[in-house]
Write a protein that binds this ligand. Sequence first.
Ligand code: 0L1
Ligand code: MG
Length: 263
Amino acid sequence: MGNLTQQQIAQLAEHCENAELGAYEISKITNDFPDMTYEDAFDIQWEIRRRKESRGHKIVGMKMGLTSWAKMKQMKVEHPCYGFLADYFAIPDGGDIKHDELIHPKIEAELAFVTKEPLKGPGIHIGDVLRATDFVMPAVEVIDSRYKDFKFDLKSVIADNSSSCRFIAGGSMARVEDIDLKNIGVVMEVNGQVVELGAGAAVLGHPASSVAMLANMLAERDEEIPAGSYIMIGAITAAVQVNKGDSFCVRYQGLGNITGRFV
Ligand code: 0L1
Ligand code: MG
């Protein structure tokens, strides 16, 4: 059930999207709309998606967020969320990310699943996800909450497209039967120093459970994950703040590296 009017949804979508496009901070929207519901929050996110598509942008994937205890603890939020990835969020492996286009970016070590069959919840489980997966590959997400000092609650985050802003796909692709998704090790380095490390199981016990959760959350809106989707599973480690001039390298056991630089 929603408590906001269509007009309020449209206004809040414009408010959050303008902050993303103009790279400026706003305060969390539940301050002014304390009665908004989770349905309202997702309505705002889907309205931002509609606005981008109406300007000719393509939606090129989905992301899960807050799927590891490290992230939930870091952000003091206790349930995962999802967001969408627009075409202009994509940065090539080894590429430059323009820091001035963002507010206070952080990087996250993730994995991405690419599907070959649709996944429609409710009731999707890890087995369904593994059967429907074409391949997995490394991913780095750059998040940039539009909220001042990354201070928010879950409803405000969902309305802000779960802090999505840039992502990098890279490394080597692998079939799910050829890798140990629970144990795959990830090491994140910034300016040559190891800053975070973790293993796949940090994400909801198994990376595929994040994709299952996405399918089941989308089912609440009668949406599905179509075949051929690119889905990022959420951060395996805590997110790391990066400054202009920083470079990073994330190493994935058996799957190569992703590198990039903030300019
Ligand atoms: O991808 C993520 O885990 C981020 C979700 C939104 C919360 C945040 O900005 O940290
Ligand atoms: Mg993330």
